[in-house]
Design a protein around this ligand. Structure first.
Ligand SMILES: NC(=O)c1ccc[n+]([C@@H]2O[C@H](COP(=O)([O-])OP(=O)(O)OC[C@H]3O[C@@H](n4cnc5c(N)ncnc54)[C@H](OP(=O)(O)O)[C@@H]3O)[C@@H](O)[C@H]2O)c1
Length: 233
């Protein structure tokens, strides 16, 4: 049984991962900004699930969440840095605040959580799982800054592997399109019309959750560093 802290637990991949982890006998603590969604998920999943309301961009929220998680579960064995967003637009039309929001959430949010927990996780021989993307490997039109943030996520994981790979498991999960509310933070109507059908045809969030369980339950002595998973036949 592992004690698992999941950021972005109120929706999509994070919520599916929470459900599957509990079905497999693990304990989860969730974080997100949407209190009512987190409360509904907690009621559905029962007393193996707890949550903190918070924003990964705010270090005080991250600190409180990490303390809550340690108090609720005893310790954190696995940190899943899942909170993230992609606001898609051509570069020339994009709003600077949207670029800042992606950098602050997808990169600085992960760094906030890692900085708080790294020493404990090294001591416990714990596990960090970061949500990358196929955009960690490729740069696509209309989502270049999102791709830049996900390239950074892969590099952050690599740096942990290089410095601490003997004492901590580090995994980047890199999905292609997954059918979650993810695409709906994009406001560009033309892009939405073009992209929504692709996301609707994407993987189920439970496909990603199954990969999370797979890497969490890998046998002792095995560290799975990256999984790239795309919709297929
Ligand atoms: N869907 C895809 O096709 C896809 C593909 C590759 C990678 N990913 C990655 O997978 C991760 C999860 O995405 P998803 O598809 O599950 O999307 P989603 O359903 O929109 O979920 C995003 C989650 O992130 C949380 N979040 C966003 N900003 C936050 C903040 N500032 N502080 C705390 N939580 C925040 C949201 O919670 P609140 O709104 O409650 O804060 C929500 O729980 C993201 O990192 C995304 O980049 C998704």
């Amino acid at each position: 049984m592992k004690n698992i802290l999941i950021t972005g637990g109120s929706s999509g991949i994070g919520a599916a991962t929470a459900q599957l982890c509990i079905e497999k006998g693990h304990r989860v603590h969730l974080m997100g900004r949407n209190a009512s969604q987190l409360s509904a998920i907690q009621q559905n999943l029962g007393d193996q699930c707890s949550f903190s309301v918070g924003d990964v961009r705010k270090i005080e929220d991250c600190t409180r969440t990490y303390q809550d998680a340690c108090q609720q579960m005893g310790k954190v064995d696995v940190l899943i840095n899942n909170a993230g967003l992609g606001i898609f637009d051509p570069l020339k039309d994009a709003k600077l605040e949207d670029w800042h929001e992606m950098v602050d959430t997808n990169i600085k949010g992960i760094l906030n959580m890692i900085h708080l927990s790294l020493n404990d996780l090294i001591q416990h021989k714990g596990h960090i799982i970061n949500l990358g993307s196929v955009a960690s490997h490729h740069v696509f039109a209309n989502s270049g800054i999102y791709c830049a943030t996900k390239h950074a996520v892969l590099a952050i994981g690599e740096s942990i592997k290089i410095e601490h790979g003997k004492n901590i498991r580090i995994t980047t999960i890199s999905p292609g399109s997954v059918n979650t509310p993810f695409i709906h933070v994009t406001k560009n109507e033309e892009l939405l019309k073009e992209y929504v059908p692709n996301f609707e045809k994407g993987l189920s969030p439970f496909d990603i959750a199954a990969q999370m369980v797979h890497v969490i339950e890998a046998p002792a002595g095995v560290s799975i560093n990256e999984i790239i998973i795309r919709p297929g036949v």
